[in-house]
Design a protein around this ligand. Structure first.
Ligand SMILES: Nc1ncnc2c1ncn2[C@@H]1O[C@H](COP(=O)(O)OP(=O)(O)O)[C@@H](O)[C@H]1O
Ligand SMILES: [Mg+2]
Length: 218
């Protein structure tokens, strides 16, 4: 039997697609993520898109955990309501860490390196994230602990080189935009990535470079 969690207070986050509210899941702090209706899509299509993204997100969150890549535990799913109940993880997002002027450079480098390693493991396990920005990465154990990935609804199972390259390209862009020390950070990220994905790193980096060129001259 699945309990209906009752949301407490206003949403903690309302993105383009989903809202998240704090809930209590049998005594555990949790978040209820609900995909909102989009009026610009025909109703039948809208329902299908919301159901597919909900299903995809759950599947990939669980698959990633099996690879040893941290993601929030999925406590419950309600496909009819496009809802997922997720473990609420503590900690800042990677973006918050990189934007905080009080975080020492060595902590930034450590965080980005372990982020790279985790993404490498995910890719080596044949999952592409699909929406990889530093807001979709949490550091529940601080900058020296393993990161957790969020928001896998646009991810792909058994991705091609293109999807993997896009993940890497988005990270590079994000790191360059966020920090004054971006060169050192991009280097640390790639070192970590090569540890996590030793066999694939070269090809994925080469594809990311191609994508960067394409974007620039588009
Ligand atoms: N399991 C979680 N634990 C803690 N914070 C979370 C969790 N899931 C999401 N968040 C917070 O909510 C924000 C939005 O969640 P996300 O799943 O990325 O939804 P959206 O699709 O709206 O981007 C995240 O950037 C993060 O700050
Ligand atoms: Mg997000």
């Amino acid at each position: 039997m699945s309990a209906e969690p009752s949301p407490q207070g206003p949403p903690v986050s309302r993105g383009a697609e989903a809202s998240l509210r704090k809930v209590d899941w049998w005594g555990f702090p949790a978040l209820l993520k609900e995909r909102d209706q989009k009026a610009y899509r025909p109703k039948a299509l809208d329902e299908r898109v919301r159901r597919e993204r909900t299903r995809n997100e759950v599947r990939l969150l669980v698959d990633a955990r099996r690879l040893g890549v941290r993601t929030p535990i999925v406590y419950d799913v309600d496909l009819a309501k496009y809802r997922i109940t997720l473990e609420e993880l503590p900690g800042p997002t990677l973006r918050q860490v990189l934007e905080d002027p009080n975080v020492p450079p060595e902590d930034e480098v450590a965080a980005v390196r372990s982020f790279g390693r985790a993404l490498g493991l995910l890719h080596a396990g044949s999952i592409a994230h699909g929406d990889l920005t530093s807001s979709n990465v949490l550091l529940p154990d601080g900058p020296h602990g393993a990161p957790a990935f969020l928001d896998l609804s646009m991810g792909t199972r058994s991705p091609g080189l293109e999807e993997l390259g896009i993940d890497l390209h988005l990270v590079e862009e994000d790191l360059k935009a966020l920090s004054g020390r971006s060169e050192a950070l991009v280097r640390a990220f790639h070192e970590g990535y090569a540890e996590g994905n030793p066999h694939g790193a070269r090809d994925v980096r080469a594809r990311a470079k191609l994508i960067r060129g394409r974007v620039r001259y588009a």
